[in-house]
Design a protein around this ligand. Structure first.
Ligand code: MEV
Length: 330
């Protein structure tokens, strides 16, 4: 028996414009970034599936039949193994000898930070398993299976993360046609991510915004409409590479997210520190309540990163044009 080894890698993402409003039928723009999840599958002669995320100190045994994970570790990191399990199961159910696997996962981004680590891990696992079992699923199938896995594990999920992890690039999620449009952006869009140690709970934050809308519809609906206008303007700014406009629109979007109540003192501090150090624009990215900010500061990356690092984690990312890729070692 030849035991092959397959590695797949898939990018994470950041939301540039339109988070929260997108839940209420408004457009959003998001980009794949060059922080990857790597998943390697190595065949075993038995039927055991052993998974390891060494950087997070997580390892365990996955049982595809009864969908249990036998492991020790912290909940959020172990949580990632659920995506691995569901993704492996979505591709192949067999549990007889010779179907065992060693799964190693490596992630180049903080977990639960708004960078879409779960989608990147899911897409990479699906792509690796598809190659390993010689199914060679097309990107469209990988993307929709990954979205189903996210729905199964999380209960709710937008297709933004799984689409970007599959295809890379920049997407505009259109409200009218409920369709994802890939934007032809041919520059690198360098960004700084500032990441607070505190994690926001996306479900709770989405619910808190919904309640605000219910209590003050005449106040909150115009905020969503403003976010929509910001996102439409930003689409043009990106296509035209109008950096000042892009930055200014990020600042406006941040103010609107603050008005929705998803800002925190730590996020706010990073947003303003970044601007003080020369960012053209900075804002919360993702659900808020903790998590991350993005700053657009092409000429001032180092200054902004070292300032943010005094208090929180900060690192550079750039647009990743390439989606999930795979290679096989026999
Ligand atoms: C979370 O990353 C972004 C939200 O808009 C929720 C979603 O789109 O699923 C807050």
């Amino acid at each position: 028996m030849i035991l092959i080894q397959v590695t797949a890698r898939a990018p994470g993402k950041v939301i540039l414009f339109g988070e929260h409003a997108v839940v209420h039928g408004k457009p959003a723009i998001a980009v794949a970034v060059d922080r990857l999840a790597h998943v390697t599958l190595t065949g075993r002669t038995d039927s055991i599936i052993r998974a390891e995320i060494s950087r997070l100190g997580v390892d365990g045994y996955l049982n595809l039949e009864n969908e249990t994970i036998n492991t020790q570790g912290y909940q959020i990191e172990v949580g990632l193994l659920k995506y691995v399990l569901k993704a492996l199961k979505a591709v192949d159910h067999r549990t007889e000898p010779g179907t065992g696997l060693d799964v190693t996962v490596d992630i180049e981004m903080p977990v639960a930070s708004g960078l879409g680590s779960s989608a990147a891990v899911t897409v990479a696992t699906l792509a690796a398993a598809s190659k390993y079992h010689q199914l060679n699923l097309k990107p469209k199938a990988i993307s929709s299976l990954a979205h189903l896995v996210e729905l199964e594990v999380q209960g709710a999920a937008s297709p933004i993360d799984t689409t970007l992890s599959t295809y890379g690039g920049v997407i505009y999620l259109s409200p009218d046609v409920q369709e994802i449009v890939r934007l032809p952006i041919d520059w690198d869009l360098p960004l700084v991510i500032g990441h607070t140690r505190r994690q926001g709970n996306t479900g709770e934050l989405v619910e808190s915004v919904r309640l605000k809308k219910e209590s003050y519809p005449s106040v909150i609906n115009p905020i969503f409409e403003s976010i929509q206008e910001v996102t439409e303007e930003a689409r043009n700014a990106l296509l035209e590479k109008d950096e000042n406009k892009l930055g200014e629109l990020m600042n406006i979007n941040h103010g609107l997210l603050d008005a929705l109540g998803v800002n925190t003192p730590a996020l706010s501090r990073m947003v303003y520190l970044a601007r003080q150090k020369g960012a053209l624009g900075s804002k919360i990215t993702g659900a808020g309540g903790g998590g991350s900010i993005i700053a657009y500061c092409p000429e001032k990356m180092d200054e902004v990163i070292s300032e943010l690092q005094k208090e929180e984690q900060a690192f550079p990312v750039k647009l990743r044009h390439e989606g999930v890729t795979c290679n096989v070692i026999e």
